[in-house]
Design a protein around this ligand. Sequence first.
Ligand SMILES: Cc1ncc(COP(=O)(O)O)c(C=O)c1O
Length: 486
Amino acid sequence: MVGSVEVFAGDLSINEKVEPLPEDFDPTAIIKDPLPPVVETNVSINGVTANGNEKKAKREIVLGRNVHTMCLEVTEPEADDEVTGEREAYMASVLARYRRSLLERTKHHLGYPYNLDFDYGALGQLQHFSINNLGDPFIESNYGVHSRQFEVGVLDWFAHLWELEKNEYWGYITNCGTEGNLHGILIGREVFPDGILYASRESHYSVFKAARMYRMECVKVNTLVSGEIDCDDFKTKILCHKDKPAIINVNIGTTVKGAVDDLDMVIKKLEEAGFTHDRFYIHCDGALFGLMMPFVKRAPKVTFKKPIGSVSVSGHKFVGCPMPCGVQITRLDHINALSRNVEYLASRDATIMGSRNGHAPIFLWYTLNRKGYRGFQKEVQKCLRNAHYLKDCLITAGIGAMLNELSSTVVFERPQDEEFVRKYQLACQGNIAHVVVMPNITIEKLDVFLSELVQMRSTWFQDGKHQPPCIASDVGEEHCFCALHK
Ligand SMILES: Cc1ncc(COP(=O)(O)O)c(C=O)c1O
């Protein structure tokens, strides 16, 4: 059945009597929980279904599993639970099992841009506090259990990274990169209420969501095969709307191909089209690469010395953090267009959310202090080296692959087996998949993945009836090894 997960369902049923954990129970021991079963829909890639049957060439979107088949029901405690401790024991066993499944899933994760390697043991002592930075980071509210001193320390670090003086920036720790985009584009809209939003087709979906939420006119700009914005198409499109200000989302690393839009060229095209600096607003979406690019030699600079309005980055991606978070930095003079004083807070409302996670700034502060600019530089270099290693090995094995120059996102032919995709938690789009090489992805991990991929792949195409998919339209002919292009 789709998504049925025996992992928890059978032996953890709330109605069953649960034995207390034995004295020698070791919650760190890894048990081999079976992988959740694959979605058995008509998913077909190149006419081959996950189980190898031939189907009419037709792709259906795999939307994951139905969580209701694996949810852990919440039930009312029995009257005598407090006395017997049964419920405590049950919950401890659920959590111990869940922890083991997390260890297992973390070990095999390759597809999303999350650094899963961190140790925040020292911060365990703070879990007992409801730390909330509601309101403006720079204006203390009446709620005293906050972490603004950490938040502003982190913001200073990022403002310095992107070259904006302390007295000229405003920012806050967001819930994620999406919130950064929602905020950056909102500032653009508040500065230019009649502005048109321009974003490349390969921008993250949150950018188009912002356009829908704010009911903004949005123009999609074509991309090059690398995934970068096509600046000629951009110029053509802004010239069609010269009467309206332009709000532009510039990608510092696209989601699927890790392509970096040419910020300098975008600015040049705006100037050529007659847009003076007071007629455009640029938001830089640096969800992943905003923190990596400053440490890549020869990479163009993201800096507020250029006419940009805001930069956002995700905190749980390259930094690594147990909870999603992000950073948004903008110019102080823009934020006044957006903010309102709120007496109830005794602070100012300039953020998207009301209550704000006060733990996240402390986690970010902790890692920034431990690693510093030099530590990040080393990690970035390691990621880029390992990404090249993966791309080279894929090509040597005859698997079409592409790696953008400034990126650690290796794009390659989509594996033909959804179970394999799920095991390594690969992000797929059409005929391509990617691995995002983060600091926790070692050469050893890549070797295990590669050898399994090569071995499995030989079975997918062994009968000669099926061929590797063509990925030329996604990554260019030179990176495609299908029958036609190899
Ligand atoms: C380019 C880009 N922007 C924004 C986001 C959204 O970030 P988050 O998942 O932190 O909301 C992502 C996520 O992968 C991304 O790749």
